[in-house]
Design a binder for this molecule. Sequence first.
Ligand code: PAF
Length: 278
Amino acid sequence: MQVLTTIESLQGLLKGWRSDNQTVSLVPTMGGLHEGHLSLVRMANNNSDKTLVSIYLNPTQFGKGEDFDSYPRTIDADLGALENCQADAVFVPETEQMYPDGWSFDYEVGDIGKILCGITRPHFFKGVAQAVYRLLEIVEPEIAVFGQKDYQQLFIIKKMLRDMSLGVQILSHSTVRESDGLAMSTRNNYLSSKERAIAPELFRILERAREGYLSSKTVESLRVDIHKSINQHFELEYAEIIDANNLKQITDNTTEIAILCAVSLGPTRLIDNIFFWR
Ligand code: PAF
């Protein structure tokens, strides 16, 4: 497995792959890898000839007072896990490579970035879009792979590719969970043992809401139930039951429902979601 830190060396490698007619999947990450990330790598391995993973802790998607400084930096363990997972190469750029002087990005994420996670993190989706766009520009992969835990992020990335007519195929992998249901996340490392014992309740609340919906409870009463249950264990940021295909209110035309939420547990922010056919 090759580890590259410059665009020049990466593009040399990509040129060799291309001349052998090899297709390339990109798996963008910020490091702090866990089984959820590795499932994206396996998905990439299964869908293209070569898998390139990027590790870049993107400062532009963190706001003031957020956890950029304390975010886990575990490069040695990450590289070991990627080697075991048979990634072909890892791109670990510095910021000068990602955002060189003179490079600009003016895509407007728009209203879709102002709802849900965008309410408390107004800078977030623009930063994500910037990093993903830049990586796609550098790598020009056939496929890029993302996790469904960050459902709004996935939605916005797909929209950006459509808006910009970028011909990259997006694959997404379902959320990987611990055996007690907690969605895997790099930020789970912040949980104390007491908080870690409480955290799986979030997924149980989402599962109960799904059952409630399927047994004909109204969206409004479910919303009240979810908020009440979340407030017993967590500090609620948002919990919404919406149309999975457009992130808007459910209508008669809705075919797939998403329940998306973000909460705080002590200093740790957790997000999770569940989606299902109507
Ligand atoms: O999901 C993440 O890890 C990041 O938001 C991403 C997509 C790598 C962009 O920095």
